[in-house]
Design a protein around this ligand. Structure first.
Ligand SMILES: Nc1ncnc2c1ncn2[C@@H]1O[C@H](COP(=O)(O)OP(=O)(O)OP(=O)(O)O)[C@@H](O)[C@H]1O
Ligand SMILES: [Mg+2]
Length: 599
């Protein structure tokens, strides 16, 4: 008996256990047949069967060849349902199971059917019978048998538990293997990936990072980042911004895609351009548990890009300079040739005008003398005695209308004198304006003379449109290229005249000196300049005038000339009120040694 108990405890393999159990119960009970049935998924299955043959117990643990027709089904069903044993001392006698077909047919005598209960669960049952003797299963034996069955139940449960554990273990091993693989994959990916990858928890603390991110942030290993936030690695305000932004990503579930920004790394003192992407990190249930970030270092690209932009700007600038220079060249060539022509013509006219003027003055004197003489002759008329002579003189006087002549001659002389004086003035102005050969030379020049000469030349543009008011201050001569400065003044004056509409306007020219600089202000009360145009008026070819009327080069050329003189050209304007251009020029350029004289 103890041997049997021990055997039941020791066995591990299920089939061995069933074999041992059948043998144990048969050897300890005089049963001629025994069955072990186990509940599997609610139904009972025959697991092992033992029979005594030639006084030996034969056990079959495979289920082949056994069927419920070899068992009293009603007893088996009862034990399964009630979970209590059924023992019949003599099945031939009347009992609740007398009608069982098997019992009636097989003439079985002693029957014992014992439930196998393990930790409260019904595991199965052991059925025993003796077909020859009644009363084989005494109470004492049944107790013993129950003990064996209970021990078998424990062993069975242990075996099953072990099986389950083994399976679970195998599963865990497989899971572990998969996890190790995944982890290695992740690590390899992260380390091979040349960009910075990291993950953070809901408190924005690092929970993962690759070597690239560690090195970039100035620590020797990704482990040094774990559990830390961005504070200490980036400037305070920047770290706070990252924290806010990552919290927002976690709350909204909306990723941050491809943001370009310049980043300052405190530990390495590096400044780099980063392309940043941050996406929410989710668990199996889709709940956001952190963020994953990827940073691409785009410093090199950015540098190239910025270089390109600045190169482009330089090119544009160069291009603008080139077209300005070209336009200036064209314009100054044009002006130079006009100047040459004008100077030539002026020179040619100058001589005749000179002697016309001087002759005219003489002529004026002669005429005056003649008129005096005429008056004397008129007075002498009364003393002429010849009536015929008197009549002739009167008739002649009436024919030529002497009183009118006496009245008109001085008027004509004055007008003509004025005309000649004006011609002289214009010729002088032309010479002054265009000084052949002098227009490329720096010299000290009187600006007032230049302004007056210019006014004379463009008189026709102005005189019908505006009154010119001169408010000249006491200014010194300045070192300049006079003909170029005259061009600037001319352009400003013509623009001013053009700005004046139907009504007669006013152009004021004001000059003043301030320390080492001289200012010329040209104000008009014309149409003014729109705000949007103000920034463009100095651009070459910018004009609001109709095609053919303006080239849009005037101000841009003027600006170039003023720059060459290291001066400034500023503008103030109010629409419908008027415009003031202020030209400021240094008195000295430092090109000439002497020559400063007061105006
Ligand atoms: N005094 C002003 N009042 C109003 N607008 C002005 C004045 N001066 C310049 N502008 C504006 O600036 C533009 C550019 O002037 P700019 O002298 O460069 O060219 P333009 O006079 O149009 O042509 P160009 O001088 O070649 O004949 C003018 O078309 C005009 O719109
Ligand atoms: Mg102009």
């Amino acid at each position: 008996m103890f041997h049997a108990l021990h055997a039941l405890t020791a066995t591990r393999a299920p089939d061995e256990l069933f074999d041992t159990l059948i043998r144990a119960v048969m050897e300890n009970s005089e049963a001629s047949t025994a069955f072990l049935l186990l509940a599997e998924g609610g139904t009972l299955e025959i697991i092992a069967q033992g029979k005594v043959k030639n006084q030996r117990v034969n056990v079959r643990t495979n289920r082949q060849g056994t069927s419920f027709s070899e068992l009293p089904e009603s007893i088996v069903a009862n034990v399964q349902r009630e979970r209590v044993q059924v023992v019949l001392a003599d099945a031939a006698e009347v009992s609740p199971f007398s009608n069982d077909p098997y019992l009636m047919k097989q003439h079985v005598r002693s029957v014992a059917c014992l439930p196998m209960i393990g930790r409260g669960d019904f595991l199965g049952l052991v059925y025993l019978e003796n077909d020859l003797q009644p009363g084989v299963f005494t109470q004492e034996r049944v107790t013993l048998l129950n003990l064996l069955v209970a021990q078998a139940a424990i062993s069975l449960e242990n075996t099953r538990y072990c099986e389950r554990l083994t399976k679970e273990n195998e599963r865990m091993n497989a899971v572990h293997g998969e996890l190790v693989f995944q982890r290695n994959l992740l690590r390899t990916l992260a380390e091979t990936f040349p960009h910075r990858i990291y993950a953070k928890d809901t408190e924005t603390r690092f929970i993962f990072g690759n070597m690239a991110v560690a090195q970039g942030m100035g620590v020797s290993s990704p482990d040094d980042l774990l559990g830390k936030t961005d504070f200490g690695f980036y400037p305070e305000a920047c770290a706070a911004r990252y924290h806010r932004e990552e919290r927002a990503i976690m709350q909204s579930g909306q990723p941050l895609m491809h943001r370009e920004e310049e980043v300052n790394y405190l530990l390495t003192n590096d400044v780099a351009w980063m392309l940043t992407t941050k996406v929410p990190l989710r668990d199996d249930d889709g709940k956001v548990v952190g963020i994953v970030g990827v940073n691409y270092d785009i410093t090199e690209r950015k540098r190239t890009e910025m270089e390109l932009v600045s190169r482009n700007a330089q090119l544009l600038e160069l291009n603008a300079k080139l077209s300005r220079a070209q336009a200036q060249l064209v314009q100054s060539e044009k002006l130079a040739s006009i100047g040459q022509l004008a100077a030539g013509v002026a020179h040619e006219i100058n001589n005749p005008v000179g002697f016309i003027f001087s002759n005219f003055t003489t002529l004026d004197g002669y005429l005056e003398n003649l008129l005096t003489m005429l008056t004397a002759y008129e007075e002498a008329e009364h003393f002429i005695e010849s009536q015929a002579m008197k009549d002739r003189l009167r008739a002649l006087g009436e024919t030529v209308d002497l009183p009118f002549l006496k009245e008109d001659i001085p008027v004509l002389m004055t007008e003509t004198k004025d005309g000649i004086a004006r011609v002289r003035k214009i010729v002088q102005a032309l010479t002054e304006f265009s000084r052949v050969g002098g227009n490329v030379e720096w010299r000290f020049a009187n600006l007032h003379q230049g302004i007056d000469a210019t006014l004379n030349i463009i008189n026709s543009e102005i005189k019908y449109k505006a009154d010119v008011i001169k408010e000249y201050g006491q200014i010194p001569e300045i070192e300049c290229l006079p003909s170029e400065i005259n061009q600037v003044i001319m352009n400003l004056l013509v623009n001013a005249a053009h700005s004046i509409g139907e009504d007669r306007g006013k152009i004021t020219i004001r000059t003043s000196v301030m320390r080492e600089t001289v200012s010329i202000e040209i104000s008009d009360n014309g149409c003014g300049i729109e705000k949007e145009s103000l920034s463009r008026i100095f651009d070459p070819f910018y004009t609001t005038k109709p095609v053919g009327k303006g080239t849009g080069l005037g101000l841009s050329l003027s600006y170039g000339i003023v720059q060459k003189h290291r001066g400034t050209l500023e503008v103030e304007s109010e629409v419908k009120q008027g415009t003031t251009f202020r030209l400021t020029l240094p008195v000295k350029q430092g090109r000439l040694q002497t020559g400063i004289a007061d105006a």
